[in-house]
Design a protein around this ligand. Sequence first.
Ligand SMILES: [Zn+2]
Length: 332
Amino acid sequence: MNLMNAAVRDNFIRSQLQERQRSLSAAIGQYGQTESLVRLLQQVDAALERMNAGRYGLCEVCHDGIESDRLLADPLITLCLDHLTPQQQRSLEEDIELAAKIQRKLLPPHRFSAAGWEIFYHYEPAGSVSGDYCDFISSESGDRNLYILLGDVSGKGIAASMLMAHLHALFRGLISAGTTLENLAQRANRIFCESTISTHYATLVLARADEDGSVIICNSGHPAPLLIHASGLHALDATGLPIGMFCELEYATQKIHLQLGDALLLYTDGLTEARDSSGNEYGEDRLKQLASRVRNLPPQDLVTVCIEDLRSFRGSALVLDDLTVMGVRRSH
Ligand SMILES: [Zn+2]
């Protein structure tokens, strides 16, 4: 998912830089003019000067725009990814490798079953790390049920992967505390809002599947999951805004019921917004047509059919966005 425009970004960064200018001056007043403090203050001053001159965020070498998520993480950088020094390039590669390793460990098993439900998912980052979030949490004690979570964090790369990790920890904690789905979404939204910068948010499907075939679902701004059942197809449209956008939001849920063999197909916009080499979008209609022909497939086959159809549609076009596709079926 892509981030905000440059003007909003620069206003935000300007206030960050001014804040740093103040704390550095205060530190110099307190500890004296150490070389490193003075150098940092010069860099902050120079960044603010570039901003006033309208040159902020442009690479010193090629004069193209520097990647927004990198500027938000470090407002002092002056080189785009293509023009880092060999030393900077090496540290960045090490960071990405570590982030990818952390991310792989946070993913649930690709095939999973609990409380009469079967799940299979396909997770494919566009680069080394993904901003897609996917998890399931089952409770086998007392009421047997299964929480299913699928989301997409704004931005790309390391910053997005760290937000994905944040969501992972947040929901693991909140779900273990036990509450209604509405309340869960509201609290997650508030905490995510308060702990990330305002330009970061996430679309999310949060569902609880019970043993009797009922599913309560909260869709906060995410592409509509498809309910594939005997009498046809039903899209489960969003019932609220993405989480992390506004701190005080209420979330609604909807309740559906699945018969044996019925399935849910969940995905991120890396599927429906994928483009072929002529720029045509894959689109929700094509996905619906495909899904309406495949009722009663086990989740793995359902997901595989979607991925194969996407690949044949996309041909040799570049993959631009992270992709997750998940099939959930009521199996007994
Ligand atoms: Zn450059």
